[in-house]
Design a protein around this ligand. Structure first.
Ligand code: AMP
Length: 308
């Protein structure tokens, strides 16, 4: 059984501002969140990423202690780690990027380690589409390729982005990005347009309002779990997709039905992330807590109806 999962993405320093507080430079990056989420499952997960000389050894140790394989993480001497800073608005559903310093990313040439070239599941995390393509070209024959992206890459790298979208099985984006890519307001219409660009499945995340999965004429909807306290939505999308693909990799199933379960697992994962700043909640999360929360999702959406 091939439970190899390869995830490409940033390992970063983030500085976050929410209505509840402000952090200094803390651990962030999409590969970090994806890896921490995927490590909840019985998978052999390798990260392909890049950091600068300034990246804390303690963060590397943390990720390794979760069983993540960091052979594909390059450390560039004399360079600084990718830095992102963002400020969330009062609704916590929208944010403004205050600063993006690509730093090491401008020099990054991702190399897929030999032992991950045959990985069955691939997650092309939110990154320069040129890098996403370069990773795809190094792989043998993955069973499923999932891709994430964000406004930064949609705005500046559209041609290359479309080239990558054409090659993946699942595109996972938020509602604003879906509208930006498709040029239409209706999310159903947007999912149709995006499926015509290549992916057989489209996931559209809607922050606290849940997420949608589209496949042909089929649609599945998972709600956001109503939480009393939300501190920091950073990494929710990455935790969602890390949980989604971690679950599918462990179970080795790729059907629409399996993806429906994976959507709930991803949403449960993200619901933990938003309850603390940065990666804190994922760092201490246990499988037991995760499954309890999946049950909460079930209870929230289950109902019987009698029509007379
Ligand atoms: P999310 O909240 O799931 O969209 O992801 C937040 C993470 O994305 C943060 O930890 C950032 O370090 C990372 N990030 C922000 N901007 C970019 C970018 N342009 N490319 C790659 N990663 C980014």
């Amino acid at each position: 059984m091939n439970t190899k999962l390869l995830a490409l993405g940033t390992m970063a320093f983030d500085a976050i501002e929410t209505p509840f507080g402000k952090t200094g430079k803390i651990l962030g990056g999409c590969a970090t969140y994806i890896g921490l989420a995927a490590s909840q499952f019985k998978v052999d997960c390798g990260l392909v990423s890049v950091v600068g000389e300034d990246f804390d050894e303690a963060y590397i140790s943390l990720l390794k202690s979760k069983g993540l394989d960091l052979t594909g993480v390059e450390i560039i001497k004399g360079e600084k780690t990718f830095f992102w800073s963002g400020k969330y608005h009062n609704d916590l559903n929208t944010r403004t990027t205050l600063d993006t310093q690509l730093n090491v990313l401008t020099k990054f040439k991702p190399i897929v380690p030999e032992h991950y070239k045959d990985a069955s599941m691939i997650l092309l995390g939110n990154l320069d589409p040129n890098l996403q393509l370069s990773v795809l070209e190094q792989l043998k024959q993955p069973k499923l390729v999932v891709m994430d992206t964000m406004n930064f890459w949609i705005e500046g790298y559209r041609g290359k982005l479309d080239e990558v979208i054409a090659k993946v099985d699942i595109l996972s984006i938020n509602d604003e990005e879906a509208r930006q890519i498709s040029g239409t307001h209706s999310l159903v219409e947007a999912a149709k347009i995006i499926q015509n660009m290549g992916p057989n499945y489209v996931i559209i995340k809607k922050g606290e309002h849940g997420a949608l999965l589209f496949h042909g004429t089929q649609i599945f909807c998972v709600p956001g779990l109503p939480l009393e306290e939300v501190f920091d939505p950073t990494g929710a999308g990455d935790s969602f997709i890390g949980g989604f693909i971690g679950f599918l990799t462990q179970n080795q199933t790729y059907s629409f039905e399996a993806m429906k379960s994976a959507m709930v697992v991803g949403s449960a994962m993200a619901s933990f992330t938003v309850q603390q700043f940065g990666t804190k909640a994922l760092e201490s999360l246990t499988v037991k807590q995760l499954y309890q929360r999946i049950e909460a999702f079930k209870a929230l959406t289950e109902f019987e109806i009698e029509i007379t």
